[in-house]
Design a protein around this ligand. Structure first.
Ligand SMILES: Nc1nc2c(ncn2[C@@H]2O[C@H](COP(=O)(O)OP(=O)(O)O)[C@@H](O)[C@H]2O)c(=O)[nH]1
Ligand SMILES: [Mg+2]
Length: 352
């Protein structure tokens, strides 16, 4: 970690050093939260670019682990944002603070929805106990998941009692996003037969609570039965995911949903699965970072494009090209451990 007050340019451009940013974040200052998340979004990839993110996370990470982190996922238009809005209000009524991350370009939180929805949600924006931030789906593959995991850490460290993460349950990137949450709420609507097939493919295994929203529409019972059927044949451990009904726009079913989310949380704690899940999430994040680091290092040492070009021209197989790049990284670390920019290199033995 660098000396105090020596924050990198990204933080300094906001007029604050990294230390000042971290301090204000931990005080839950909205401006600092916004800046912090922008930093995570913009500067995460590569070796040099990752430095500010790494330093920021290093400062705030010791304060994480307290928040109840809930993911709300499902197809576009299912009512996720409306549900998140209602859940947040419930939490506020109990005196709890709420951080909301909308990883969804069509979210009313990000201005993508009907005017009425947006106006209704505006009262949350003016509540100092609520912080709302949308994260863009732009950027490189996998980058969104990393940035959103880091952002959850940030809100957690800032001391929000709840962190609600809204995400569209479609692509792998979105599935990865919910791998930072303790409980996954899967939202569906009546009559989406094909949709349930899609759910089956990816999200079913990771959903802890199902909500059939828009229960004011026809076909609720049918969808309810379909889901129950799927769950009865599916694999699940000690926790059988409940299937609830809600009409988010009328605030119906929200208390029940919150109760099930809390019951799930209690189950996670009592069974020891909360720790197991968090350990698993840490593993996935470490793996992702490690891959990024190795790729970035290979690019720095030998040049990824150059080696691929060379391999292509010489008709080398992909294993050969990858081996050469990897060996290049290993050799570079052996020859110049100080070049890694930290003390860990000292333990790397020099090549004979
Ligand atoms: N009829 C009905 N409409 C709803 C319900 N919940 C949300 N909606 C509407 O469905 C639309 C999409 O909701 P939104 O929360 O933006 O869905 P998201 O894309 O999943 O976040 C909005 O116009 C909501 O007002 C519900 O329970 N019943
Ligand atoms: Mg939405």
């Amino acid at each position: 970690m660098s000396a105090a007050g020596q924050g990198p340019a990204a933080a300094r451009s906001a007029g604050w050093t990294l230390d000042e940013l971290a301090e204000r974040l931990l005080e839950r200052q909205p401006r600092a939260l916004g800046r912090g998340i922008s930093l995570l979004e913009n500067g995460g990839r590569g070796l040099a670019a990752a430095a500010p993110v790494r330093e920021l996370i290093g400062r705030i990470y010791p304060r994480t682990g307290r928040a109840r982190v809930v993911g709300v996922t499902g197809p576009p238009g299912a009512g996720k944002s409306t549900l998140v809005d209602r859940l947040a209000r419930r939490c506020r009524q109990r005196g709890d603070t709420v951080g909301i991350l909308a990883v969804d370009p069509t979210s009313p939180f990000t201005g993508g929805a009907l005017l009425g929805d947006r106006i209704r949600m505006q009262s949350l924006y003016t509540d100092p106990g609520v912080f709302i931030r949308s994260m863009a789906t732009r950027g490189a593959m996998g980058g969104l998941a990393r940035a959103s995991h880091d952002a959850v850490d940030l809100l957690d460290a800032a001391g929000f009692d709840w962190v609600l993460v809204e995400t569209v349950g479609v692509g792998q990137d979105e599935v990865d996003v919910v791998r930072s949450v303790d409980s996954v709420v899967m939202v569906t609507v009546p009559g989406l037969g094909d949709d349930i097939q899609a759910i089956k493919a990816g999200i079913l295994e990771i959903a802890d609570v199902f909500v059939i929203n828009k229960a004011d529409r026809e076909g609720v019972e049918r969808t309810w039965k379909d889901l129950q059927m799927m769950l009865s044949i599916g694999e699940h451990g000690a926790w059988l995911p409940p299937v609830l009904k809600a009409v988010a726009t009328r605030d119906e079913g929200i208390e029940g949903l919150l109760a099930e989310v809390e019951r799930h949380r209690e189950h996670l704690v009592a069974s020891g699965e909360l720790a197991a899940r968090r350990r698993w999430h840490l593993r996935l994040r470490v793996e992702t970072l490690l891959k990024e680091q190795v790729v970035a290092a290979a690019d720095q040492v030998l040049g990824l494009d150059r080696e691929v070009e060379r391999g292509f021209a010489a008709r080398l197989d992909p294993y050969e090209v990858a081996d050469r790049l990897f060996t290049g990284v290993v050799d570079a670390v052996r020859e110049c451990p100080e070049g890694r920019g930290d003390q860990r290199g000292e333990r790397v033995e020099r090549a004979p």
